[in-house]
Write a protein that binds this ligand. Structure first.
Ligand SMILES: Nc1nc2c(ncn2[C@@H]2O[C@H](COP(=O)(O)OP(=O)(O)O)[C@@H](O)[C@H]2O)c(=O)[nH]1
Ligand SMILES: [Mg+2]
Length: 334
């Protein structure tokens, strides 16, 4: 079966999915405030992307027991991507691995109205990290946008990123939540682990743990990710930094959860984060000693580097298991 997005913008088939309309931005302008800078190898104009041309986008998101939020989230993403003049071909890949509420049924229903929606999953719950890695592996467009499906990261944040994508100023952008809409213990925990992660990586990112990221597809698909639970955002920031790339941070809005409950408990999550950051420190040391090698990723400054939507980076590494693809398209996932 062909990928549902082989024909971009199917038009009328999705007309009943309507939410907020994106503002008609002027392609090429840069309303976002870049608070970091990109350095080589991330400074090249995206090969094959004419300056100001619409960009192709895959949204990748995990979803677990998000029945309260999933319909609103996907409807908003759909409307935004479908109508934004700076967005060309697009898709939304959601990984729901074993929700026990009606998330899966709602996704299937949404898919009838939104052929751009690709649903993948596992036969059991494997955690947000596994889910986001599987969703990334299943994407096929030039840029990947990472989002949560609980409504905390409005897709309208993309307004500030799209001009940068069109001009190809960098290959990896991260949304910095300057005002986090989380309770104090969660904000403190994130600030503390972000500060230590910055120290370990000799970086000065304002929001090391933000999952709202926009990265060139071939680059993110090539990044080996191994976190299972809620440390995937920290891991993506760290692992790309290991490869010598620099994140360009752009301020974003962060909202309270739309409904439902977060999928992890504070103390368990805090312990897991502390262990994960300790592991990052150990990795840094092993990399420094040459015991480990940094992950190999495509050099996107090379015009022959894959930008093809069905490039080799989509092949899952060995040791992975097949994901259930509810759209009927053959997919592989970590
Ligand atoms: N597929 C999948 N998604 C998950 C899992 N746990 C959390 N998520 C999703 O990950 C995102 C972030 O989770 P959330 O509980 O809001 O944590 P937060 O990072 O503290 O906001 C949401 O979209 C969740 O639906 C999981 O086990 N599997
Ligand atoms: Mg959340």
């Amino acid at each position: 079966m062909p990928h549902p997005h082989d024909t971009p913008h199917p038009g009328g088939a999705t007309a009943d999915l309507v939410a907020e309309t994106p503002p008609a931005t002027t392609p090429g302008t840069a309303p976002g405030t870049a608070v970091g800078t990109a350095t080589t190898p991330g400074t090249a104009t995206a090969p094959g992307t004419a300056v100001g041309a619409p960009v192709s986008i895959s949204v990748a998101a995990p979803a677990y027991n998000e029945a309260d939020n999933i319909t609103t989230a996907i409807t908003r993403w759909h409307t935004y991507l479908d109508r934004h003049p700076a967005v060309g071909a697009w898709e939304i890949v959601v990984c729901d691995d074993g929700s026990t509420d009606t998330t899966r049924a709602l996704l299937t229903d949404l898919q009838h109205r939104c052929p751009h929606l690709v649903i993948i999953g596992f036969d059991r719950n494997r955690g947000a990290g596994a889910a986001i890695a599987a969703a990334i592996a299943a994407t096929r467009h030039d840029w990947i946008v990472l989002l949560d499906s609980d409504g905390q990261f409005p897709i309208t944040n993309l307004d500030r990123f799209l001009p940068h994508l069109q001009t190809g100023t960098a290959t990896a952008f991260s949304g910095a939540r300057l005002h986090k809409a989380d309770t104090l213990p969660y904000r403190w925990g994130s600030a503390a682990s972000g500060a230590v992660s910055n120290l370990l990586h000799r970086t000065r990112y304002r929001d090391f743990n933000s999952i709202f990221k926009v990265v060139r597809g071939p680059l993110l698909r090539a990044l080996p990710l191994e976190s299972g639970g809620m440390n995937c955002s920290t891991e993506i920031t760290a692992r790309l930094t290991e490869t010598g790339h620099t994140w360009t941070e752009i301020p974003i809005e962060h909202h309270p959860r739309g409904g439902g409950r977060r999928g992890w408990r504070f103390w368990r999550g805090a312990l897991d984060r502390a262990l994960f950051v300790a592991y990052l420190g150990y990795r840094r040391w092993l990399l420094h000693r040459g015991v480990l090698r940094a992950p190999a990723v495509p050099d996107l400054t090379d015009p022959t580097a894959t930008l093809h939507p069905t490039g080799t980076a989509r092949t899952a590494p060995s040791g992975t298991t097949a994901a259930h693809d509810l759209s009927g398209t053959a997919r592989e996932a970590r």
